[in-house]
Design a protein around this ligand. Structure first.
Ligand SMILES: CC(C)(COP(=O)(O)OP(=O)(O)OC[C@H]1O[C@@H](n2cnc3c(N)ncnc32)[C@H](O)[C@@H]1OP(=O)(O)O)[C@@H](O)C(=O)NCCC(=O)NCCS
Length: 190
């Protein structure tokens, strides 16, 4: 995957990003959710808060101009948190949440998610964050475990009409990168 490049997402990328995110959730999310849950989530909450792009905290992976994956971070309250039954999400400037990590289904299991997470965590370290948190889809838990996140506990998101969707809160302590043996990532700023 040497030709895959990571860059900041721009406003002009939004339609393609949303298209990829919804396709990713519909296809890969079916491992652990029903179509009813996934459609309710996409309709009622959506796959991404647009402020991630305008805040310049959202990255995408592309190859030959084609977007293959995306993901970002924020200290703002995620939209899904407003619908979470446990209400434990509180916006805090010291707390970063990894957000909206999606990979094109045809490009799954080729290390793109891992590349995106590494770039997101590098950015968080540069911003001075020592931990990263996220609300993992059930189908995403094994992936997040593989990149060092540990489960904190489950939570449910209410999607109306009696539909709920389970997620798992996960957390990782961000070990400072060793500047001697890790080149600093060069984000192509758009
Ligand atoms: C979760 C997701 C981002 C993973 O992206 P990916 O590019 O396929 O992941 P990678 O190829 O980097 O996988 C890295 C490792 O994670 C683990 N992993 C990834 N997908 C997995 C799966 N479906 N089941 C079990 N382990 C998995 C494996 O250990 C994998 O290493 P391996 O392929 O060498 O065994 C992708 O499946 C996705 O977009 N899912 C739908 C959207 C979603 O649920 N996103 C999470 C939102 S919180």
């Amino acid at each position: 995957m040497s030709q895959v490049e990571i860059r900041l997402a721009m406003g002009a990328d939004l339609p393609a990003l949303r298209d990829l995110q919804e396709r990713s959730l519909r296809v890969l999310g079916r491992q652990r959710y029903t179509a009813t849950q996934l459609e309710a989530f996409i309709t009622r909450i959506g796959t991404m808060d647009d402020y991630l792009v305008s805040d310049r905290t959202y990255l995408l992976a592309e190859m030959a101009g084609e977007i293959l994956g995306c993901g970002g971070w924020t200290t703002r309250l995620p939209s899904y948190a407003r619908h979470a039954q446990d209400k434990v999400h509180v916006p805090e400037s010291s707390r970063a949440t990894v957000r909206s990590v999606f990979v094109e289904p045809l490009a799954a299991r080729r290390g793109i998610g891992r590349r995106i997470m590494a770039a997101v965590e590098d950015a968080l370290r540069r911003e001075g964050f020592q931990t990263a948190e996220l609300g993992a889809t059930e189908n995403g838990c094994a992936f997040y475990r593989s990149v060092g996140y540990q489960a904190v506990g489950p939570f449910q998101v209410e999607l109306g009409k009696g539909i709920t969707m389970p997620f798992t809160r996960m957390r990782k302590v961000l070990v400072p990168a060793n500047s001697d043996d890790r080149p600093s990532p060069s984000l192509k700023s758009a």
